[in-house]
Every structure is written in structure tokens, then in C-alpha cells.
Design a protein around this ligand. Structure first.
Ligand SMILES: Nc1nc2c(c(=O)[nH]1)N[C@H]1C(S)=C(S)[C@@H](COP(=O)(O)OP(=O)(O)OC[C@H]3O[C@@H](n4cnc5c(=O)[nH]c(N)nc54)[C@H](O)[C@@H]3O)O[C@H]1N2
Ligand SMILES: Nc1nc2c(c(=O)[nH]1)N[C@H]1C(S)=C(S)[C@@H](COP(=O)(O)OP(=O)(O)OC[C@H]3O[C@@H](n4cnc5c(=O)[nH]c(N)nc54)[C@H](O)[C@@H]3O)O[C@H]1N2
Ligand code: SF4
Ligand SMILES: [Mo]
Length: 798
């Protein structure tokens, strides 16, 4: 018996925990924590289930071709060779590209935060760019877009990294690292042990909520109001960094009352001294006179100091008075619309707790924070993100040690090939019709927009899909509409490890291997500077099972067949990897001989803005966002209720607010087939307050039906006294059975099944991002006798 122990990392989720990969006689037998690795202190239950994931009988190991019509419950799968599969795929893609342009092909991409696709993302992106499609359905609108991209409306960059090692106050807002990012959880625990304060904003008493100084049990989707209220308390009591806001935000700039636009020097009869026509205007602290601000230079004329909170009436070019107030004054007033008592009534957080939190956040600074799905899956998510960003700006912790900072990542080349696609082609992204500033800027499309394009041909027909894992039917709102769209495609190829419900609609299925069967190059791990300094090439520690291959191999081979080989090093993946590594100065050979990786000595870039300003239109943190105003959105983060809320007419029939969350055992729709995981979490669960249950005659463990205006699903009741009696939280992602345990599969399209997302409509979406109300729906819960439809997997599924 030969045992090998190879340093690597678990690639299954965002945490990418450093691990020792253990094999025996060519078989993977386990993963163990690797404390020497910057993210290697612990592994979760999924990471420990690695051998089961690899050797599961549910895996698909051979390319398949459909032989029966779409929509037929039996696709009539026929095993074919890789050459046949790739030839047919390339021919279909070439045909559609020829007839309708590459934009008629959408790419579906699963998430690198919850699958190991991160190993090969760079190659897939390169392929999309080389092929020329401006449409990628990435799910970013319901995942990371708000924290990573909407945040830039305020800061000119994403949320970046909480500096947990130096912080004195951690804020987790709609982020539960205990289930979703193990390495973050380890870092928060360490900060807590050092004495850092902790604030958790979550409708559930999950993860760190129980250990927090303040756990704010917000009504799902009311976070924007809560953030404004806390900010309002801070401002009203002078507990904010006024100098920072004056010097580094656009708060001092004047806004015209008549147009609700930033005042320009050219609007005035007498422009401020030294100001150019297009310069912006503030009121000087020295003498109360108007002063010019040049956004391009990021300076006030003559180095004058502005007033943050100002009101003035100046003379316009036509001699009429122009009433103006500073952006900060407008923001202060907006916050004042949400006094703690109102928030207690409407956002369900006690007024006293709002006050305490406002005090704590300021007094315990520097504050580092993280927000994720809890804020992103609402139809008001973009403005909520703005409200949170501005609240955090008030602490002055931005880019400060212990705040949210940019660690320096080890150097790797960006090989995504963005330059392959012309600007004109990018402009065809269907998502740009919703918003010129949303995910469409990066070529990412919301599933609602995608379904419109396939089903209704709006704005033009999408005819084919190349799906890399993404399981639309289960993970996006309105599974039935998703199915209708998928059934309407002329051609669909799907790569996956298992036969997902979305894959059952494909014409060609391509089997993907698991991370232990392929190499994975990681340039920089997230979470800390030490992690970002590491470059590691995880070796393939076992052979691929059956004929499964990596997505990388698949796109390299497809590129050859589509005449794009010259952009793919003529099929030589090693040459591609060498290109990635080129700027690092580390060779592929070195990394292959040192699986523990190579570390650099990068340091955090604190206070970068002091040299470079902010990458926003005004060069400052944007209290007032002209960019949003220009696309018809509110330049201030005014709170709007989610599309469905207790204020909606539907609330009389569906009185409970419905939200969802991740569980540690699974990633999204995956791993229900893995015995060690399914045993721990055998049934789909909905959590509700014991009083809410009792009022409906529901006991712990009973099967219940969750009903919304969009559908009905069944789950098992879990009683959770920590929940507000008006809120329920349910699991999503249920479809797969575990044959090994004899536990059922559930038809994701059946009324009375277990697919959470069939409860949600995709007809209302955030106007900028396209996010849907996965976490702010309305429902009623009733007791039922039976499990969800599709029991046993006999009447549904492959
Ligand atoms: N085990 C596991 N880990 C994962 C994943 C997985 O599927 N499983 N997926 C990965 C991916 S792709 C992602 S995006 C991340 C997500 O990581 P997180 O966003 O941290 O995880 P979630 O559980 O989705 O949501 C966080 C919290 O938001 C709360 N929440 C629900 N509604 C609201 C609300 O309206 N307001 C607020 N403030 N909070 C709310 C939930 O109760 C939950 O505790 O996790 C990654 N890691
Ligand atoms: N109600 C509700 N819905 C949600 C969420 C929620 O919190 N609540 N969360 C949302 C979020 S944050 C996200 S990111 C999405 C995720 O949505 P999806 O990306 O659709 O996530 P999964 O269900 O995990 O599907 C991933 C598929 O990829 C396959 N896979 C695994 N490894 C690989 C690989 O290396 N290559 C390929 N090609 N495939 C692979 C898996 O077998 C699985 O079938 O779900 C969203 N949906
Ligand atoms: S948290 Fe679990 S699944 Fe995610 S990388 Fe770590 S061990 Fe793997
Ligand atoms: Mo995600």
C-alpha cells in the first residue's frame, strides 16, 4: 500500500482551504487541514467528503448525445466519443455564429464561489471572448455583484477585504461565514478572541449572531432602511468621521434643488475664482463663499477647505437664485427620515439597538465589514448596497489598517482575453437594455433577461447555450420559466459532474472531472495578505474517472475546432499556464515540484486613496452618485421596499416574509447525493418561529407546504425561536436523491416539489443589477401530510 500526502487546497468553495490531499494506491482517501497553509486551519464537512464526491455513482463519466425531443422526460441519452461530442458541439456553434452572430450564443457559468470551476474560469472566459459572445449568464446579479461592483458606485472599487487581523470591530451584514466561508469564520473568531467587537445583521440567529455584541434581526429586504437609520444616529450625535467625509467624500459638493444635479461652476453668474466651467462647487469653510472643485485633479481651487454640511443660494447665469445644498446635507436629511422608532416598526429592529449599534460602530472603529447574499438577493439590492457603503464610509475606516483594504495579490497575467472582443460586440449584451451600469458592463446577463431573449426574442433571440455547470432551474427564480427557455434553445451543450436538471435539457452533455483529478492554479488566495502572497498549483492527485475531463481541456479543444486555436496556444494548456505565471517569475516546473506553492512578500496597500483618490466620477467617495442619477436612479440611497413586502397588497394572503440561506452541508444544488452529507441534512427544511408554527398546527419535523403567489413546495418544519414570528427561512437547491441512502430526489418543476426557487417570480428585478427577490418574498405555510413530489426519484430524474 502506498500512501501519498500532497499539499494542495480544497477547491469546492470560496474559502479554498489549504489541505493535505491523501491518496492510497492511486485512490483519493481524504483531505486533511494543512495548518502551514494560510487558509488551512480547518476543513468543513464537504471538504472531508471529498472521496465520496469523487467516487459517487451519480457522477457522469462519458459524453452523451440526446436522441429524444427536449421536454421528453427521457432524453434518450446515447454515449458518444469525445471527438463526436466536440465535433458536433463546434459544428452547431459555428452554424449559429455564422447565421446569427456570436451574440446568439449565451454562456452559462456556475459560480466560482460555490464550485471548483474557479480552476478553469480563466480559460472559459478566454473562450467566451475569443468566440465573441457578449452574453454570459453568471448569476452575479444574485451573488456577488452588489458587494463587488455596486460598491464601486460609492467607493470606486468593490468591498475589498476586511482586515480581520487588525480590526477592532467586525460587521457581518447578510454574510454568514460559519456556513459559507470557513476561512473568514476562522479569522472572525481570532479577531473576537483578540477582543474585537462584533455586529451581525441577519434575520436568523445563525453563525456568529449568537456571539455578537449586537445581533440585529432585520426584516429581510429592509436592510437599506436600517443602514440609513444607523447612519442617521451617528450623524445626529456627531459620532462619525466628519474630517474624513469632508476631505474624501463628495459630501461637500453642492446639489441644485431645481434639477437635483451637482452644481457646476458654469451654472453660476459669477463662477468661483479659479474654477473651470465644468468644475463642481462647494462652500468654503473660511468665508462661506463658493469654491470650485476640479474632479479631474481631485482638488479644491487654491487648496480651500470646504464645508461638509452646507446650504446656499447662489445666482444663476440668468440672474435667478439657485437654491443648493451640499450632498452631505441631503444625505443627513434622508437618514433623518428613518428615526430608530420608525425602523423598529418597519424594519423590526428595536430602536434602542439601532442607537447602541450606532455608538458601538463608531467607538470601536476601525471597522471591517463584509456583506453578501443577505443583501444581494432583493429587488432593491443596489441601493441597499449604497446605504451600507455610506454607513461604513462614516467610520473613516476605508483603506485604514483594520478597515476594508486591498491586499497585494501575487502577480499573475490576466489571460481572459478581454481584448479579443470589440467594444461594438460588447455593446450587444442583452443586459445593457435594463441598465447601462449593471452587470451588462461586464457582459453578464440576468436569468430573467436571458429567458426573455430566448422565449420572446427580446431584444433579440438567443438560440444556443454553452452551459458550464449553471443549474438555472434550481438556482434562479422561476424554475418553470427557466425550463421553458431551455426547451426553446436550438442547441445546448452542458458540462457538469452530475446530470443536473438543467443538463437534462442539453443536446450534448460533457462530463467534467473533480478538482482532485486535474491541476488547479491559484494566484493569490483570499482573506489575508499572507494568503494573497501565495501562488499554488494543485496537482492532479488521481487519474480522472471514466472519460471525465476539465472544463479547461474542453474549451482548449473546442477552440481548436472553431478555428480559435491560435488564441489557445494551439491546444497547449501548459503554454497557457506559463503565460499566466509569466509576470510572477515562477516557472511551471518550479510549481510542479513544489506543490505547497511559492510565496511572495506583498504588503497591504493602506490609504491608497491619499495618492490616487477614488475611481469615481468625482474622484471622491460618492455620497451623491451622478452616475446613478444619469440613468434615472436615485443619486442618494433612498429606501424602496422590495417588490414584495409586508406593505404589498399580497401580504393579506401571504402574511409571512420568506427568505433563504446556505447550509454548511451543501453548496447550492449540489451534494444531496453524498451520503455523509445527506445523512446530516436528509430533508429540505424551512425554519419558522414556534409561535408561527403553533398557530398553524405545525409541529417540529412536520411536512409543510410553503405557498407563494408563484408556486407551492414542501419542506420539513424546523422550529427556531430565534426567528421573528413574521419571517421564515427556507433551504433552496433540493432536487437530487441519494440512491445510496435511499433518500428521494425531487422533481424541481413539480408543483408541490421542493424547489424553493419555483416559489419566486422573476418578473420584478432590481433596476440596475437585475437581482430578483430570492430573499424577500411573501408566503403562507400550511401543514400537509406528505413529502414533496418526486419521492424515490422513480418518477423523475435520470
Ligand atoms: N456551505 C456553502 N458555502 C458556500 C456556498 C454554499 O452554497 N454552501 N456558496 C458560496 C457562494 S456562491 C456564496 S454567494 C457565498 C454566500 O455566502 P453568504 O452570503 O455569507 O451566505 P448565505 O447563507 O447565502 O447568506 C448569509 C446570511 O444572510 C442572511 N439573510 C437572509 N436574508 C437576509 C436579509 O434580507 N438581510 C440580511 N441582512 N441578511 C439576510 C441569511 O440568514 C444568512 O445567514 O457562500 C459561498 N460558500
Ligand atoms: N433561493 C436561493 N437561490 C439561490 C441562492 C440563495 O441563497 N437562495 N444563492 C444564489 C447564489 S449566491 C449562487 S452563486 C447560485 C449558484 O447557482 P449554480 O451555479 O447554478 O449552483 P449549483 O446548484 O451549485 O450548480 C453548480 C453545478 O455545477 C456543477 N459543477 C461542480 N463542479 C464543476 C466544475 O468543475 N465544472 C462544471 N462545469 N460544473 C461543475 C455541479 O455539479 C452543479 O450541477 O445560486 C443562487 N440561487
Ligand atoms: S469551506 Fe469546506 S468546501 Fe469550502 S474550501 Fe473549505 S473545506 Fe472545501
Ligand atoms: Mo454565490
Amino acid at each position: 500500500m502506498t500512501e501519498t500526502r500532497t499539499p494542495g487546497f480544497c477547491a469546492l468553495c470560496k474559502s479554498r482551504c489549504g489541505a493535505i490531499l491523501v491518496t492510497r494506491d492511486g485512490r483519493l482517501v481524504g483531505q486533511e487541514p494543512n495548518p502551514a497553509h494560510p487558509t488551512g486551519k480547518a476543513l468543513c464537512v464537504k471538504g472531508k467528503a471529498a472521496p465520496e464526491i469523487v467516487y459517487s455513482p451519480e457522477r457522469q463519466l462519458y459524453p452523451l448525445r440526446r436522441t429524444r425531443p427536449k421536454g421528453d422526460p427521457d432524453p434518450g441519452w446515447q454515449r458518444i466519443s469525445w471527438d463526436e461530442a466536440l465535433d458536433e458541439t463546434a459544428a452547431a456553434l459555428a452554424r449559429i455564429r455564422e447565421a446569427h452572430g456570436p451574440e446568439a450564443v449565451v454562456f452559462g457559468l456556475t459560480t466560482p464561489s460555490g464550485t471548483p470551476i474557479a480552476d478553469d474560469l480563466r480559460w472559459i472566459e478566454r473562450f467566451i471572448n475569443a468566440f465573441g459572445s457578449p452574453n454570459t449568464a453568471y448569476g452575479t446579479e444574485i451573488c456577488n455583484w452588489h458587494k463587488d461592483h455596486a460598491h464601486a458606485f460609492t467607493f470606486g472599487r468593490g468591498i475589498a477585504s476586511p482586515d480581520f487581523e487588525k480590526t477592532d470591530c467586525v460587521v457581518l451584514w447578510g454574510h454568514n461565514p460559519s456556513a459559507a466561508w470557513l476561512d473568514h469564520a476562522t479569522a472572525v473568531s481570532a479577531a473576537r478572541a483578540r477582543g474585537a467587537r462584533l455586529v451581525v445583521v441577519d434575520p436568523r440567529r445563525a453563525g456568529f449572531a449568537a456571539r455578537a455584541d449586537e445581533w440585529l434581526r432585520v426584516r429581510p429586504g429592509a436592510d437599506g432602511m436600517l443602514a440609513l437609520a444607523i447612519a442617521g444616529e451617528m450623524i445626529a450625535n456627531g459620532r462619525y468621521d466628519a474630517d474624513f467625509m469632508r476631505d474624501w467624500s463628495n459630501g461637500p459638493l453642492l446639489v441644485r434643488a431645481d434639477t437635483n444635479q451637482l452644481l457646476r461652476a458654469g451654472d453660476l453668474a459669477v463662477p468661483p475664482p479659479g474654477a473651470g466651467w465644468g468644475d463642481l462647487v462647494a462652500i468654503g469653510a473660511a468665508d462661506g463663499a463658493a469654491i470650485g472643485y476640479a474632479p479631474a485633479r481631485g482638488t479644491y481651487a487654491g487648496g480651500a477647505v470646504p464645508l461638509l454640511d452646507a446650504a446656499a443660494t447662489l445666482m444663476g447665469t440668468d440672474g435667478a437664485p439657485l437654491a443648493c445644498r451640499s450632498a452631505f446635507a441631503l444625505y443627513r436629511d434622508l437618514c433623518a427620515d428613518y428615526p430608530p422608532e420608525r425602523v423598529e416598526r418597519e424594519a423590526w429592529v428595536p430602536a434602542e439597538q439601532v442607537r447602541r449599534t450606532a455608538r458601538l460602530i463608531f467607538e470601536a472603529r476601525p471597522v471591517s465589514y463584509y456583506a453578501w447574499s443577505g443583501l444581494g438577493q432583493h429587488t432593491n439590492a443596489t441601493q441597499t448596497d449604497r446605504a451600507l457603503a455610506l454607513l461604513m464610509a462614516l467610520t473613516g475606516s476605508f483603506d485604514a489598517p483594520g478597515g476594508n483594504v486591498e491586499f497585494t495579490r501575487a502577480k499573475g497575467a490576466d489571460v481572459s482575453g478581454a481584448a479579443f472582443m470589440s467594444e461594438a460586440q460588447r455593446g450587444k449584451c442583452i443586459e445593457l437594455a435594463r441598465s447601462p451600469l449593471g452587470p451588462g458592463r461586464n457582459g453578464w446577463v440576468g436569468s430573467d433577461a436571458l429567458y426573455d431573449a430566448i422565449i420572446d426574442g427580446r431584444p433579440y433571440p438567443i438560440r444556443a447555450m454553452v452551459g458550464f455547470g449553471r443549474n438555472f432551474i434550481v438556482t434562479h427564480a422561476d424554475g418553470a420559466r427557466g425550463a421553458k427557455a431551455l426547451a426553446g434553445l436550438d442547441f445546448h451543450v452542458q458540462t457538469d459532474v452530475v446530470m443536473s436538471p438543467t443538463a437534462t435539457f442539453a443536446d450534448i452533455f460533457l462530463p467534467v472531472n473533480t478538482p482532485w483529478e486535474r491541476e488547479g492554479l491559484r494566484v493569490g488566495f483570499e482573506g489575508s495578505q499572507r494568503a494573497e502572497n501565495l501562488i499554488q498549483l494543485r496537482p492532479a492527485v488521481i487519474d480522472s474517472r471514466g472519460e471525465a475531463r476539465s472544463d479547461g481541456r474542453i474549451v482548449f479543444d473546442l477552440a481548436q475546432r472553431l478555428g480559435l486555436g491560435d488564441r489557445f496556444w494551439n491546444g497547449d494548456m501548459d503554454a497557457g499556464l506559463a503565460a499566466v505565471l509569466e509576470p510572477s517569475g515562477v516557472s511551471l516546473e518550479t510549481l510542479r515540484s513544489r506543490p505547497e506553492g511559492v510565496s511572495f512578500d506583498g504588503a497591504p496597500r493602506y490609504f491608497r486613496y491619499r495618492d490616487e483618490g477614488f475611481r469615481t466620477p468625482t474622484g471622491r467617495i460618492e455620497v451623491f452618485s451622478s452616475a446613478l442619477r444619469d440613468i434615472g436612479q436615485d443619486p442618494l440611497p433612498r429606501f424602496v421596499e422590495p417588490a414584495l413586502s409586508p406593505a404589498s397588497p399580497l401580504a393579506s394572503a401571504f402574511p409571512l416574509v420568506l427568505t433563504s440561506a446556505k447550509v454548511v452541508h451543501y453548496c447550492h444544488g449540489q451534494y444531496r447525493h453524498i451520503p455523509s452529507l445527506r445523512r446530516r441534512m436528509p430533508d429540505p427544511e424551512v425554519s419558522l418561529n414556534p409561535d408561527t408554527a403553533a398557530a398553524r398546527g405545525i409541529g417540529a419535523g412536520d411536512w409543510v407546504e410553503i405557498r407563494t403567489a408563484n408556486g407551492r413546495v414542501r419542506m420539513r418544519a424546523r422550529l427556531d425561536a430565534g426567528l421573528d414570528p413574521r419571517v421564515v427561512s427556507a433551504q433552496y437547491g433540493w432536487w437530487q436523491g441519494s440512491a445510496e441512502l435511499g433518500l428521494p430526489a425531487y422533481d424541481p418543476l413539480a408543483e408541490g416539489g421542493a424547489n424553493y426557487n419555483s416559489l419566486i417570480s422573476d418578473r420584478a428585478a432590481d433596476p440596475v443589477s437585475g437581482s430578483t427577490g430570492l430573499r424577500s418574498s411573501l408566503c403562507e405555510i400550511v401543514a400537509v401530510a406528505a413529502r414533496p413530489r418526486g419521492e424515490g426519484g422513480q418518477d423523475w430524474g435520470p
